[in-house]
Write a protein that binds this ligand. Structure first.
Ligand code: GDP
Ligand code: IMO
Ligand code: MG
Length: 460
């Protein structure tokens, strides 16, 4: 069975936990997009791993781990991660494969990310400053790109780095030197320093570097069980998310085939991961955001602080409009709904089932208008266009106007963290799950009630 696990919201849905659990039955786990902007948490017993580049299967000693072409690899982060988990007694020797065609994140990418964000002031995207956007930009631009395979020919790389760094120094100085940004005093980057680091990267990472596409196709032919692990979430997808407040890769399920060279026809099941509410880090529209006591309650109970940057995550109600969109563009078969435990103690819980895009109407007026316009009528009868939509407007101008229309269901007080069986959940929690399944039109087969492996409910 080959599975693909993908985030359906704005990231941090709990993909790391789901991949860790499912990889018990996998031979291979594959990271196919993004870079060290990702932070996937895996909890094994009392040990917590925060993985940025290694696939979440890496904590299982018998699983092979693959980092494919479309991942942007920050060698410093990856080496650190390999060493950190080695110190916890888990070795990657002989079971980590890194694509020779994966692009390399170098110091100038991180610097450019920081300079650009600083210069944008209140218009900043709120990136992780991990150099992701600048590295993908160099990949698309081609002439200044460095790939893992380039570490094999250090003489050639030295010459290339000199040219790239000369160019970057000129651009950074010309563009950013005079801005008001705090980091606007541009210290020139040294090509020699970056080259010296590359020598270390070559020593430590070339033993793992190979043609991962060939490896994956050979593994498919051998009927190995492969788990593809998405990073970020569908709404952060460069082409299908809330642009420009997105990441720089195709982080929806659509990025999987292009990211690793394996067509989706080889995937038996796409599993979408969502939280029982919504979170977002960084800027951008968030129609169900609760910038109030409810949001703070969720943040406190769910420990909603970024795994990569430590930033407080913005929190809000479950958004079934956004979720339905993510399910459709990802051809998602079933859902894992995480953090159900976090919602305990709220007297009522809300599910956003539609948006009103016409700001002058109150959501309730708009709902009434929709109910009127949706009364059965012959297809030939003209129906006035409604400002109420159930299809997610990924266009930022329309989304920014969206007012959430909610369905409210009763909450529950009971602690869920020890519940092992769906039927043992409080009836209101069961009802919440069933309601989401109905609105989304997909079954919820995994329910998270805590960060540990054992705090998971499975349903058939
Ligand atoms: P990812 O990026 O999608 O892998 O998610 P993160 O690891 O960034 O954030 C998810 C956080 O929620 C981590 O701290 C997990 O340990 C934690 N977590 C995952 N599932 C659950 C759950 O069902 N309940 C609770 N309370 N925590 C969870
Ligand atoms: P995981 O895999 C949550 C967000 C950033 C910012 C935007 C662009 O842990 O779910 P970037 O550094 O990629 O240029 O930032 O994307 N972002 C994430 N948010 N989880 C992630 O990954 C994210 N990766 C990027 O906060 O808003
Ligand atoms: Mg994360």
């Amino acid at each position: 069975m080959n599975l693909c696990v993908v985030g359906l919201q704005w990231g941090d849905e709990g993909k790391g936990k789901v991949v860790d659990i499912l990889s018990e039955h996998s031979d291979i786990v594959v990271r196919y997009s993004g870079g060290s902007n990702a932070g996937h948490t895996v909890v094994v017993g009392d040990t917590r791993f925060a993985l940025h580049l290694l696939p979440s299967g890496s904590v299982r000693p018998n699983v092979k781990c693959v980092i494919t072409n479309a991942v942007v690899v920050d060698p410093e982060v990856l080496i650190n991660e390999i060493e950190t988990i080695a110190n916890k007694g888990i070795t990657l020797k002989g079971r980590l494969l890194i694509s020779e065609n994966a692009h390399v994140v170098l110091d100038y990418h991180k610097k450019e990310d920081q300079l650009r964000e600083d210069s944008l002031g209140k218009n900043k995207i709120g990136t992780t400053i991990r150099g992701i956007g600048p590295c993908y930009a160099d990949k698309a631009g081609r002439s200044h790109a460095v790939r893992m395979g380039d570490l094999r020919n250090l003489n050639k790389l030295k010459i290339k780095l000199q040219a790239i760094v000369d160019y970057k120094n000129k651009v950074f100085t010309a563009v950013y030197q005079k801005t008001e940004a705090p980091s606007s005093v541009i210290a020139a980057l040294s090509a020699d320093d970056i080259f010296e680091k590359c020598k270390t990267y070559a020593d430590k990472l070339l033993p793992f570097t190979t043609d991962t596409t060939e490896f994956l196709h050979n593994s498919i032919a051998l009927e190995k069980s492969i788990l593809f692990e998405g990073a970020q979430g569908t709404l952060l997808d460069l082409d299908h998310g809330t642009f420009p407040y997105v990441t720089s890769s195709n982080s929806s399920a659509l990025g999987m085939p292009a990211g690793c060279g394996v067509p989706t026809k080889f995937i038996d099941k796409f599993i979408g991961v969502a939280k029982a509410y919504t979170t977002r880090v960084g800027a951008g529209p968030f129609p169900t955001e609760q910038d109030n006591d409810i949001g703070q309650y969720i943040r406190d109970r769910g420990h909603e602080y970024g795994t990569t940057t430590g930033r407080p995550r913005r929190c809000g109600w479950f958004d079934a409009v956004a979720l339905s969109y993510a399910v459709r563009i990802g051809a998602i078969d079933e859902l894992a709904l995480m953090h159900l435990d976090t919602l305990a103690g709220l007297s009522e819980v809300k599910i956003c089932t539609a948006y009103n895009l016409k700001t002058e109407d109150s959501p309730q007026d708009a709902l009434r208008q929709r109910q009127k316009t949706e009364a059965p009528s012959p297809p030939s009868v003209f129906r006035p266009p409604s400002s109420v939509v159930t299809w997610f407007p990924a266009n930022i101008d329309r989304l920014s106007k969206a007012q959430a229309i909610y369905e409210t269901v009763p909450g529950w007080d009971q602690d869920l963290t020890e519940v092992k069986d769906f039927t043992k959940l409080p009836p209101n929690a069961q009802n919440y799950i069933s309601r989401i399944e109905k609105v989304i039109g997909r079954p919820i087969t995994i329910i998270g009630v805590g960060p540990k492996r054992s705090q998971t409910i499975f349903r058939q």
